[in-house]
Design a protein around this ligand. Structure first.
Ligand SMILES: NC(=O)C1=CN([C@@H]2O[C@H](COP(=O)(O)OP(=O)(O)OC[C@H]3O[C@@H](n4cnc5c(N)ncnc54)[C@H](OP(=O)(O)O)[C@@H]3O)[C@@H](O)[C@H]2O)C=CC1
Ligand SMILES: O=C(O)C1=N[C@H](C(=O)O)C[C@H](O)C1
Length: 277
């Protein structure tokens, strides 16, 4: 029997991975290898990367049969879906080719500007995309907890978002912290653009109770910690999520791949994938 539209569940998801030599790229190659229903179909790294031409599994100690390439068209030719954890400008270049070839995308990259997010929404009119600043189940459940806590603690509690990441992270605050801020602001009927305070220095004056503060820590190999502090009078509530491995981000990405199967267009996030909306 041939693999056609009558047997979609038996055919593996053919996945290309962008940023193949990166921290998440490597974790994803390993996760795809371990998943019975997934197959590595392409591996992208940017021009000049020493990994170009090598087998995508080489540094993980196995032969995947997929060479790393900077040629987007050949790297995406055999794929149904691209998983992209790179940088905003890289992701947008990759998406342009995904759109041309009809390849779906799961995007974990953070640090997009508002204009870049609008560009992704436009591309999602032609291909199906999952875009989320954090693919882990635990973080997405934490977003829901924050929504509930913010509504219940709407007055009398100052809200601060504190995040810590490894020394190599290039964007701040993290995409997850910003999403937490958006969830909190929306639950409180505010717009994060109007109430976010990203830095304090010098004589700042007393804290404005309508603000949501952010604090960023960078150091060592911290995978990703996020805490939201609700500071009241005589008590404090802290809701924290701490990642000790990147495996959760990779597993969440594969759930997003499975969710996209059969979808032609649309912009989704992990709430859609996990049924949390
Ligand atoms: N949504 C989520 O769950 C998570 C999101 N992230 C996000 O994913 C992104 C990547 O994180 P991480 O893996 O730690 O980062 P790394 O720096 O380890 O990896 C990034 C990869 O992308 C490549 N790259 C960099 N710039 C470009 C570009 N312009 N075009 C194409 N490729 C490029 C890098 O190549 P080179 O080495 O040559 O620079 C590298 O292979 C970040 O935005 C991070 O915040 C991370 C973890 C979880
Ligand atoms: O760069 C990272 O490492 C991470 N980035 C994401 C973010 O910016 O929120 C997700 C996770 O915290 C790890």
């Amino acid at each position: 029997m041939t693999a056609d539209s009558s047997t979609p569940s038996s055919a593996p998801h053919r996945i290309a991975i962008a940023g193949a030599s990166g921290r998440m790229g490597q974790m994803l190659i390993e996760a795809v290898r371990a998943a019975d229903d997934c197959q590595l179909a392409g591996a992208l790294d940017r021009e000049g990367s020493p990994t170009l031409g090598r087998d995508a599994g080489a540094s993980l100690g196995y032969a995947s049969g997929v060479p790393v390439t900077a040629d987007l068209r050949s790297g995406l030719a055999g794929a149904q879906v691209l998983i992209d954890f790179t940088r905003p400008e890289g992701t947008l270049a990759h998406l342009a080719v995904c759109r041309e070839l009809g390849v779906q995308a799961v995007i974990g990259t953070t640090g997009f500007s508002e204009a870049q997010k609008a560009e992704i929404a436009e591309i999602a009119k032609d291909i199906a995309i999952v875009l989320a600043p954090n693919m882990s189940v635990g973080v997405n459940v934490t977003f829901k907890l924050l929504e509930m806590a913010a509504k219940a603690l709407a007055t009398g509690y100052d809200i601060e978002v504190i995040e810590a990441h490894h020394r190599h992270k290039v964007d701040a605050p993290s995409g997850t912290a910003l999403k937490m801020g958006e969830v909190l602001a929306e639950a409180l009927g505010r717009d994060l653009k109007d109430c976010a305070v990203y830095a304090r220095e010098g004589v700042t004056g007393e804290r404005d109770p309508s603000t949501i503060g952010f604090a960023t820590i960078r150091g060592g190999d911290i995978v990703g910690d996020h805490t939201v502090l609700f500071a009241g009078t005589g008590e404090r509530i802290e809701i924290s999520h701490k990642s000790s491995s990147r495996a959760g981000y990779a597993q969440g990405s594969l759930r997003a791949v499975r969710f996209l199967a059969g979808r032609k267009t649309g912009l989704f996030d992990m709430f859609d994938v996990l049924g949390l909306r």
